[in-house]
Write a protein that binds this ligand. Structure first.
Ligand code: FE2
Ligand code: FE2
Length: 315
């Protein structure tokens, strides 16, 4: 297995902005001064997730976009604030076909002058409905994500259920097997997500939700998730299997524990497994839920990293 020399992760979209968190050696954020400077555009928060992962491998540099947030408007706005051009990106990975992860992709492709390879699971384009217990049906859930439009805008779609190497020592997990007893997280027997498969309306288990892993020299794995519908521990385990690297250095992304009905017990099981992996950084984001953030912050204070839109993380 090759290892990259270092990785810089820029959080382009995240649910959270906080102008008061001080910088550290590892994390640099938009400062209070720039938030209040009337001449400057400000970083925006949005329900969604997007990272730019810069990989340093000898003289080689590669920039991989992982997810694209909910809207191209916010993604492109935040990229402009951070001084990142849409043309800089070498490869994109879309974790799954939910709008808060893929919604900004079309706008990004349209803003580029070059085609962009985009890795994703074929189920990302499945027809989806959300049917809540209250009777509310959301038919527009994922129907704005269309292959033809993306291809027309310059997306070279790489559809696979398997792991894929997208840069040196950088892999998607492919479809994530369910091996952990307490995952996928969520109340048993209730799934508001439905999809049409082979002409039938079925429960949607979001099989398309993949993660990404980078093997970093002298550190170990950096694991990045979208929503982790399969569960964060299953996602990490699959990253270990795909790369053959056991040491987990850092975890960023959605843990999918903020969903209504997820029990405290479920969060505790996750915490115990996270502790046993002995990571240096744990950064629950997006759909992880306040309880998860609070639990990790309390129980793993030295590892907890509160990520915010616009943060630059040096690993
Ligand atoms: Fe999702
Ligand atoms: Fe999500």
């Amino acid at each position: 297995m090759h290892y990259v020399d270092k990785v810089v992760i820029t959080t382009l979209v995240e649910n959270y902005v906080d102008m008061l968190i001080p910088d550290t050696d590892t994390v640099k954020r938009a400062s209070l001064a720039s938030h209040f400077d009337p001449r400057k555009k400000k970083i925006r928060a949005e329900n969604g997730i997007s990272f730019l992962v810069e990989i340093f491998f000898g003289d080689y540099r590669s920039k991989v976009l992982f997810d694209a947030g909910l809207t191209g408007d916010t993604l492109l706005h935040n990229m402009e604030v951070l001084g990142i051009s849409p043309n800089e990106i070498d490869h994109a990975v879309i974790s799954h076909g939910h709008p808060d992860h893929c919604g900004g992709l079309l706008g990004l492709l349209q803003a580029r002058d070059y085609p962009l390879p985009v890795a994703l699971h074929p189920d990302a384009f499945i027809t989806r409905y959300c049917v809540f217990g209250t009777g509310i049906v959301v038919p527009t859930y994922s129907q704005e994500f269309r292959k033809s439009e993306l291809e027309e805008a310059g997306g070279t779609l790489v559809l696979t259920r398997d792991p894929l190497q997208v840069a040196p020592a950088t892999f998607t997990t492919g479809e994530i097997p369910l091996k952990v007893s307490f995952e996928p997280p969520g109340p048993p027997g209730w799934n508001p997500l439905k999809c049409i498969r082979d002409g039938r309306l079925e429960d949607d288990h979001t099989l398309d939700d993949i993660a990404m892993a980078i093997c970093v020299k002298d550190k170990g794995l950096v694991v990045i998730t979208g929503c982790a519908h399969a569960g964060i521990i299953n996602s990490i385990r699959q990253a270990q299997t795909v790369t053959g690297v056991k040491a987990v250095y850092a975890i960023f992304g959605g843990f999918h524990l903020g969903f209504p009905g997820v029990s405290d017990e479920n969060v505790d099981h996750t915490l115990n497994d996270l502790k046993s992996l002995k990571p240096s950084i744990v950064s629950p984001m997006h759909c992880s839920g306040f309880n998860t953030l609070a639990t990790v912050a309390r129980e793993m204070p030295d590892q907890f990293l509160l990520n915010t839109a616009g943060a630059r993380i040096f690993l």
